[in-house]
Design a protein around this ligand. Structure first.
Ligand SMILES: C[S@@+](CC[C@H](N)C(=O)[O-])C[C@H]1O[C@@H](n2cnc3c(N)ncnc32)[C@H](O)[C@@H]1O
Ligand code: SF4
Length: 387
């Protein structure tokens, strides 16, 4: 391991109470869960990585899912303890739990705090019942607000998610909903535009014309309104969909966007580890929960695939992640991770075009997408990577 930089750890809990029709995360509805077996398997997988990552410090842990707030809090506690004893925590370690806003889960917040969690990200998704129903959510707006109030009693560091650009959503209705959300927000807010993911019930319903999404122009206006209102309320975007008061950016997610190393354990979790400078290993765990359990029991780990990324793959990932940030990618990170500067890597005609059209800036600090470039980031990145 070349790096002395602290490591982020992702823990995937693959179960939900029900499956939301828009969601393509690795989440399953299970009738029975053998909690002891799950805990034992996470511990075994973490122990498998102990020699490989010996001596590293941990900057963050993220319990994602699925719905990890459904797990008994002692499981989170034991996993946190294990990570702490295998490695060690930086003093300001961030330990996040994703939570759904039902009353049962809200009632467990004190126990999660005791277990060592110090940040909660709650998936509220919408603040009106009609849209919650459309999104297939298990909770009402009222229940979500009550859960948020309970959460605030225990955690000062919290965030919640909303999904916008929903069918029929107008600028006026989103302005009103976002105004309410900003009143409820703490120091962090995640606002995602609804995306239609292949293989989900929404995919076929949308294809069959059962609902329509706002057109491109409305979506762009909704995005612009979101940026303006959040900035005006002290929560500027630091990433395409994430807003925070300065200093409250999610450390864990920043590790992904800055292309730092992270270890993912649990079914379907991904890792990026750096065996040497300017090198990355990609690792993916077995997706299916039962198959992952079985593999951990026989092999001590659930690794399905492990491969060294090519220089081109590293560059593509590094650019795709880093350009999502409002600050873009620093020259320091280019030197550290790629070993070259933007001018050496990207074709001059493409850079000139993007600069002249005002989609990016390039200066002593590094390269970043402008307010004009961020909403069309995929095209900006495609151009950057074209020779
Ligand atoms: C792993 S998921 C959810 C965590 C938690 N289980 C929940 O549903 O509240 C993380 C977030 O991604 C967002 N998300 C998932 N699928 C999405 C989609 N198709 N379009 C937009 N946002 C999506 C939701 O806001 C969700 O809260
Ligand atoms: S959005 Fe959350 S609750 Fe819904 S299926 Fe996905 S992970 Fe589960």
């Amino acid at each position: 391991m070349y790096s002395e930089k602290p490591l982020a750890v992702y823990v995937h809990w693959p179960f939900c109470k029900s499956k939301c029709p828009y969601c393509d995360f690795n989440s399953h509805v299970a009738t029975e869960i053998n909690y002891a077996k799950w805990l034992e398997s996470y511990i075994r997988e973490l122990d498998y990585f102990l020699p490989r990552l010996a001596g590293r410090k941990i900057s963050s842990i993220f319990f994602g899912g699925g719905t990890p707030s459904l797990m008994p809090p002692f499981i989170a506690g034991k996993i946190i303890e294990k990570i702490k004893t295998n490695w060690s925590f930086v003093p300001e370690v961030e330990i996040t739990l994703e939570a759904n806003p039902t009353s049962v889960e809200a009632g467990k917040m004190a126990d999660f705090l005791d277990a060592g969690v110090n940040r909660v990200s709650m998936g509220i998704q919408a603040l009106n019942d009609q849209d919650l129903k459309f999104l297939g959510r298990e909770h009402s707006a009222k229940e979500a607000l009550a859960a948020l109030e309970k959460l605030k009693k225990h955690f000062s560091n919290f965030s919640f998610d909303l999904i916008y650009a929903r069918p029929g959503q107008t600028l006026e209705s989103w302005r009103e909903e976002l105004r309410k959300a900003l009143e409820l927000a703490g120091n962090h807010l995640s606002l995602y535009q609804l995306t239609i993911e292949k293989g989900t019930p929404f995919y076929s319903a949308y294809r069959d014309g059962n609902f329509q999404l706002p057109d491109d122009e409305t979506s762009a206006d909704l995005y612009k309104l979101t940026q303006e209102m959040c900035s005006a309320n002290g929560l500027p975007a630091y990433e395409i969909s994430n807003h925070a008061r300065p200093g409250f950016e999610s450390r864990h997610n920043m590790s992904y966007w800055k292309y730092d190393e992270y270890l993912g354990v649990g079914p379907g979790a991904h890792s990026r580890l750096a065996p040497a400078a300017q090198s990355r290993t990609h690792m993916m765990m077995i997706h299916d929960p039962a198959a992952w359990l079985k593999s951990v029991a026989t092999n001590g780990n659930g690794i399905q695939q492990e491969s060294k990324l090519s220089a081109q793959e590293i560059l593509e990932e590094f650019v795709m992640m880093g350009m999502r940030l409002s600050d873009g990618i620093s020259r320091k990170n280019f030197s550290l991770i790629i070993g070259q500067q933007p001018e050496d890597i990207f074709a001059k005609p493409q850079l000139d075009f993007l600069l002249q059209e005002g989609f990016i800036t390039l200066d002593n600090a590094g390269i970043r997408a402008t307010n004009k470039g961020l909403p069309v980031l995929n095209s900006v990145i495609a151009r950057l990577l074209t020779h």
